[in-house]
Design a protein around this ligand. Structure first.
Ligand SMILES: Nc1ncnc2c1ncn2[C@@H]1O[C@H](COP(=O)(O)OP(=O)(O)OP(=O)(O)O)[C@@H](O)[C@H]1O
Ligand SMILES: [Mg+2]
Length: 340
């Protein structure tokens, strides 16, 4: 399948009083046309920084793209001016943030906020844009859209606001939608409705989605492929089946063991002992080595290359080197079907 977005060896740092924080350290990612790619990984692993870099919405002047390329539609987004980026942002690539309240303007009616992008990017007249805003509110399941379009964010519930945010994000039919924990702030039933809505809209509009989530149930329900991030790097990628049932990286094992699973036959959850690396002084070897129960000397010294396990699965772990001892995944993964 054709790639719609391609990230190559991306490095992003923050300059802070405590020194340089190397938040993203050599990320490679491909997003295929029409697919949903989930990015998972512990807090601080670099998921949001990676996605904000695609949108070029990093805080200035602290953050900087040190090196790397982000290819979209024949252009390297890292090289575009702010003006060129504004044409792409919201029209070709949109982002939904975790907290719907922070992404809506409390002093502007919902209608105006939806119409902004339509008028700017699609050059619609006022009346046309209003009509389209009402259609969009209807599309995302907001009852009585003709009246609702004139109201302000505080007149909407949390779930409704997130629907509005989705309406804004999808208003200009973006080719890529980045959803950074779009339902974390919502209760479970609303969460399911919003995810169904995103899926539905994706089918209608052929949008490609990058979905950042902590919830493996959401991954199983929404995504075709998964990228596992740790310490500013992608340590393993694969299809949902490969990551859930044949994971090869000990960090993926830990992550799966520490999260509730859909089809697990055991309820046991195991936290990964230890803490993530300090990215102002990142480890030279595998970032997971200090917490990895199987770490060898080489893991601490050198970052492993990716091993290609299938057309879709790549894993960066020294255990996959032919000279390494054979290690079995923990019982909790095996119960879920690993290694089959
Ligand atoms: N404004 C900032 N200044 C300095 N460091 C930052 C800043 N924003 C993020 N970082 C650092 O960048 C790293 C990656 O952060 P990021 O927000 O991408 O994590 P994340 O994977 O999205 O985590 P979470 O799951 O908690 O949202 C972290 O170590 C974080 O401390
Ligand atoms: Mg985040």
């Amino acid at each position: 399948m054709e790639n719609i977005l391609e990230i190559k060896d991306l490095h992003v740092s923050f300059d802070t009083y405590g020194g340089e924080v190397q938040a993203v350290r050599g990320v490679n990612l491909e997003l295929k046309k029409g697919e949903t790619l989930a990015i998972v990984g512990e807090s601080g692993s670099g998921k949001s920084v990676t996605s904000k870099t695609i949108m070029r919405l990093l805080p200035k002047p602290a953050a900087r793209i040190k090196s790397g390329e982000i290819w979209f539609n024949g252009k390297d987004l890292t090289k575009l001016s702010e003006k060129e980026m504004q044409k792409i942002r919201g029209s070709e690539i949109s982002m939904i943030f975790q907290d719907p309240m922070t992404s809506l303007n409390p002093t502007m009616s919902i209608g105006k906020q939806i119409m902004e992008g339509l008028r700017k990017h699609q050059k619609l007249g006022k009346q046309e844009a209003l009509q389209r805003a009402i259609e969009l509110l209807d599309l995302v399941g907001i009852p009585n859209p003709e009246a609702r379009v004139k109201q302000y964010p505080h007149q909407f519930s949390g779930g409704m606001r997130q629907r509005v945010v989705i309406a804004i994000a999808l208003a200009c039919n973006p080719k890529v939608l980045i959803a950074d924990e779009p339902t974390t702030a919502l209760d479970v039933t609303i969460q399911a409705q919003i995810l169904d809505l995103m899926k539905d809209l994706q089918n209608k509009m052929q949008t490609s989605i990058i979905l950042i989530t902590h919830d493996l149930g959401v991954v199983a329900n929404m995504a075709q492929r998964v990228a596992v991030m740790y310490g500013g790097k992608i340590v393993e990628t694969g299809t949902v089946d490969e990551i859930f049932y044949r994971p090869k990286h000990p960090y993926t094992w830990g992550l799966l063991s520490s999260m509730p699973r859909l089809h697990s036959k055991t309820d046991e959850l195991l936290a990964i002992p230890g803490t993530p690396p300090d990215l102002s002084n990142p480890p030279k070897g595998c970032p997971f080595a200090p917490r990895c129960p199987h770490a060898m000397k080489v893991c601490v010294e050198y970052m492993p290359d990716y091993t290609t396990l299938s057309e879709t699965q790549k894993t960066a772990c020294w255990l996959l080197d032919e000279r390494a001892p054979k290690v079995e995944p923990p019982e909790i993964i095996a119960v879920g079907g690993a290694g089959k």
